[in-house]
Design a binder for this molecule. Sequence first.
Ligand SMILES: Nc1ncnc2c1ncn2[C@@H]1O[C@H](COP(=O)(O)OP(=O)(O)OP(=O)(O)O)[C@@H](O)[C@H]1O
Ligand SMILES: [Mg+2]
Length: 330
Amino acid sequence: MPVNQEDSAAAVACRGLRKVYDGKHGIFRKPSPSVVAVDGLDLTIRRGECFGLLGPNGSGKTTTVEMIEGLLEPTAGEVELLGLRWNRHEGELRERIGVALQETYLPEKLTVAELLTLFRSFYRRPRPLAALLADVELEEKRAAWVGKLSGGQRQRLAIACALVGEPEVLFLDEPTTGLDPQSRRQVWGLVAAYRARGGTVVLTTHYMEEAERLCDRVAIVDHGKLVRLGSPAQLIAALPGAHVVELELERNGATAGLHIDELRRLRSVAEVHLSAEGAWSLAVSEPEAAVAAALALIERTGLTLARLGTRKASLEDVFVALTGRHLRDG
Ligand SMILES: Nc1ncnc2c1ncn2[C@@H]1O[C@H](COP(=O)(O)OP(=O)(O)OP(=O)(O)O)[C@@H](O)[C@H]1O
Ligand SMILES: [Mg+2]
């Protein structure tokens, strides 16, 4: 029985998903408290979409995807994947999904082709080796040892391993963390190509640009709970201002500065945030009017501007507006 009508056609449906990691009570070690990593998540991911889980470190993204991937037992709640359940259809589900973990161990003393051939032997109808190598642009490295690959190449190989079974759903946990911009673009390209073949993608990321570029919808999570769900464009449009004015003042010894209320009263300013580093960001509807008003205020107060910039609001601003913190705090 599907969890509900809408879910029967979904790639993923989870209801009331919860994970508590038990604390340790060793006699010789300091006891550690139990951790509620995922705290009652309801998610429906549609077939064919690229769905992003966004949240800061420790917000429960990996725990969530690993429960959906059938690698972790939920403490409570239900997971349905392609209309199937892990406890009844594990064999079939393993054949129909592909998983790239946040950290993958790949045997160093195999060549790229040998590793992919080994993975291909696990599936009844594996994707051809040449296609896999082309998917991840590793044709030239087919005879290279895995241990000799660069970080970006290794990550692409890990994704190729997830693509071996021609999965209907591909899970990517932080696929581009730590990669240089070029490698990141290559990963984006291979996600786009996989989707063009009709695949569903579930990914986690800290990178807002990545989420805005790749995801049809994102779920913003914090402390294991869903804070907001929608397309990047919808979430950004719901912000009080479509633009952000960022300004920093010279610190002339004295700590005197702008008062948050003065900034709030400026024309077209909807919201004001002061970062821990002392930079102001103003959510504004009309950037030109807000900049002019801010400059006039700074001039009146006798302060010196160190930096001023305007930009379009992004998913990062959505996160800050919802939680008061940046995604990459800490
Ligand atoms: N095996 C475990 N035992 C105990 N606590 C754990 C375990 N795995 C994760 N946690 C805790 O659960 C919480 C959620 O962790 P999780 O790895 O799901 O977060 P995340 O959103 O993927 O973080 P990151 O962005 O750093 O990858 C964290 O507080 C973490 O310390
Ligand atoms: Mg994680």
